[in-house]
Ligand binder design. Structure first.
Ligand code: NAD
Ligand code: ZN
Length: 246
């Protein structure tokens, strides 16, 4: 099967890669829906609830710092490196990711080629004025007071720079993802259950636009039936030989 994927990549003019939490599990970051995944342990906090109450914001930071224990020390794995190689060779134009762990950037892909649909969890932002705040600063205040900090500049609500359920999608990233998807003739979705919309709309869009759709995931996804090539296997071991990392 991975031979078929390799041939599809060789034959393609321009590839777009789409990734979900599955690409990072080999780096030690659990995904959401697998057994033992994050959602089986703690339900996500909705954006409106986050806005509503300082207590909920403090709870959101507590959970974030808990989850960050796995993210902070994580390093890109073979799957990330294989994708970085395809980008470096000019074969793939972009990686569109649902992940917030910064591992695609850490694998050496230039920031302008990484499209983050759900934001980035390695820093925080003021929801009012947009100022960037480092997590270490949030952590200091949280540890000292048990409270969620307000923006140093405007007093607004500070939130991890990720997109929560109920929060608007980032318009610029959505536009860039749209454009990249329409510009490819091979779209490869990797490590995503393809259940979360609007993100999962991009493989559908690619297919409708005439691109070949390939899916690599260890278990069936919602879009297997419309894909041209489906590989149910582990990501690193499948991608490494294709990018000749072994
Ligand atoms: P998901 O948890 O719904 O799906 C991940 C899929 O990857 C699953 O179907 C699982 O079977 C598969 N998978 C896991 N490890 C694999 C491996 N090594 N090889 C092959 N397949 C593997 O994830 P999603 O569809 O990306 O959606 C979850 C949401 O949670 C996203 O919106 C994302 O923002 C967020 N999230 C991000 C991270 C991260 O940044 N690393 C981690 C957890 C959740
Ligand atoms: Zn502010």
């Amino acid at each position: 099967m991975s031979k078929e994927l390799k041939r599809a990549i060789e034959d393609a003019y321009r590839v777009v890669i789409f990734t979900g939490a599955g690409i990072s599990t080999e780096s030690g970051i659990p995904d959401f829906r697998s057994p033992g995944g994050l959602w089986t342990k703690m339900a996500p906090i909705d954006f409106q609830d986050f806005l509503r109450s300082p207590e909920i914001r403090a709870e959101a930071w507590r959970r974030k710092f808990e989850i960050d224990k796995t993210i902070v020390s994580a390093e890109p794995n073979k799957g990330h490196m294989a994708i970085a190689k395809l980008i470096d060779e000019g074969k793939a134009s972009h990686v569109i990711t649902q992940n917030i762990d910064n591992l695609h950037q850490n694998s050496g892909i230039p920031a302008e080629k990484v499209i983050e649909l759900h934001g980035n969890g390695t820093y925080a932002k003021c929801l009012d004025c947009g100022e960037r705040h480092e997590l270490s600063w949030v952590r200091e205040i949280y540890d000292a007071s048990g409270a969620a900090p307000d923006c140093r500049s405007c007093g607004g609500i500070v939130k991890s720079a990720t997109i929560s359920f109920g929060q608007a999608m980032p318009e610029e990233q959505m536009n860039r993802a749209h454009e990249a998807t329409l510009g490819c003739d091979l779209f490869i979705a990797i490590g995503s259950s393809l259940q979360v919309y609007p993100a999962a709309g991009f493989p559908v869009l690619a297919k409708r636009n005439g691109a070949m759709l390939a899916i690599l995931n260890r278990e069936p996804t919602e879009l297997d039936q419309i894909a041209d090539l489906v590989i149910h296997d582990e990501i690193g071991p499948t991608l490494a030989p294709i990018a000749m990392l072994n």
